[in-house]
Design a protein around this ligand. Structure first.
Ligand SMILES: [Zn+2]
Length: 400
């Protein structure tokens, strides 16, 4: 494929740059090599075939910073329960008996749902290996976050570390990170073994529930007897001690963060991933986005899994985020659902925007009015999707 120039009525390069009648030049490697700011630049600098997308809005795909695609098959099968441990037990019950091929089908199904809604990059937590196998050959771009938890069991830890250090399948659109599941399921020994080297992004479920916050402080909670004894220090202190806060790090949920100093997170470049749909599904207390955003801590968005949400659609997540936070405008909301996710996953400058050097992961929407308002406040209709400059067939399945 030689270079192509894509133009549309409105071109969204990122949350700060929207051009009427501009275009992007995409090379044969599927990367953006020029941004043309308006019709004049388009006339002078278009290269290769000119692809006129007409009246639509061309924008970077969403970055879904946290999902468990392997659980897509559990849609509607798990209830929130009275306390979080009830949900965990119900989830484990439903997972029992699922085969490798069930998990692989779930990953395929979930990946397709994401693409159809305009998500082109995902941070996907993989506890079974299914996501790694499927996404290595899939059109969706993914950072597969390999989940580890040892519950303090030394034998299990050794086994996990051997798996983690084994060679990985590669894929053009696949990269890897690591996900120590949560403070209450991962020992200090495992954290320090993971922190020893490498630059892979890290993602941890963090203070999703009051039970976890109480556990962290050594108070008794519904977690007693289910997870490890309360540790020395907070989860953040333990991650920091293990050297894991020196990489791209995202903390998922942060619903009960307590008295954490935001500057501690900001200085280490830690991102918070908020999952509005899952938050509502579990009926959590309001998420304090402004606390983080006013202190300069990145907030990104994720869908989490269909075991605790009703859809895998970032259009719904960003709209729900705006609805719950009326002070957040369209630019900020678009940033949160795109580039903030890229930063959370260590993909800054490569996804979540159509700048020079980014992957040409693009979505064409049919929507009215100012582009960023329309993209972040309703459910703009997705017409076409490209990943790495290649168009995805949305109607006939999403595997190559
Ligand atoms: Zn999760």
């Amino acid at each position: 494929m030689a270079a192509r120039t894509y133009t549309a009525r409105q071109l969204v390069v990122d949350a700060q740059q929207v051009h009427a009648g501009g275009g992007v030049v995409v090379n044969d490697a599927g990367e953006v090599v020029a941004v043309l700011e308006g019709p004049g630049a388009l006339r002078r600098r278009a290269e290769g075939e000119l692809v006129d997308l007409g009246e639509g809005v061309l924008a970077p795909g969403w970055v879904n910073a946290h999902v468990h695609l392997e659980l897509t098959g559990l849609e509607g099968r798990v209830e929130a329960g009275e306390a979080f441990p009830d949900w965990i037990r119900a989830l484990l019950r439903e997972r029992t008996g699922l085969t490798d091929s069930d998990f692989e089908d779930a990953v395929r199904d979930g990946a397709k749902r994401l693409l159809v809604g305009g998500t082109t990059t995902v941070g996907d937590v993989d506890s079974t290996g299914a996501a790694t196998r499927v996404l290595a050959q899939h059109q969706l771009r993914a950072v597969v976050l390999r989940e580890v938890l040892d519950l303090g069991d030394a034998a299990r830890r050794e086994e996990l570390l051997a798996q983690i250090n084994a060679p990985l399948v590669s894929g053009e659109r696949l990269s890897f990170g690591i996900s120590p599941h949560a403070g209450y399921t991962v020992s200090d020994e495992l954290l320090s073994a993971l922190g020893g080297g490498g630059e892979q992004p890290v993602q941890v479920h963090w203070n999703e529930t009051k039970e976890e916050a109480d556990w962290e402080r050594g108070l008794s909670s519904a977690f007693d007897g289910l997870v490890m004894p309360s540790p020395q220090g907070t989860t953040l202190e333990r991650l920091d001690r293990a050297g894991l806060l020196r990489r791209p790090v995202s903390l998922v949920h942060a619903n009960y963060p307590g008295e954490v100093d935001a500057s501690f997170l900001r200085e280490r470049g830690v991102s918070i991933v908020h999952c509005p749909g899952a938050h509502a599904w579990f009926g959590r207390a309001p998420f304090d986005a402004s606390r983080w955003m006013t202190e300069g801590v990145d907030v990104a968005l994720g869908t989490d899994s269909l075991a605790g949400n009703e859809a895998l659609d970032m259009r719904l997540e960003v709209a729900a985020f705006r609805e719950a936070h009326p002070g957040v405008g369209p630019e900020q909301a678009f940033e949160v659902a795109t580039r903030a996710g890229a930063r959370a996953l260590g993909m800054e400058g490569r996804v979540g925007e159509l700048c020079v050097g980014a992957h040409a992961d693009m979505v064409l929407y049919d929507c009215e009015g100012p582009a960023l308002e329309a993209l972040t406040s309703g459910q703009p209709q997705v017409q076409r999707v490209w990943v790495a400059g290649g168009e995805i067939s949305l109607g006939t399945g999403c595997t190559p």
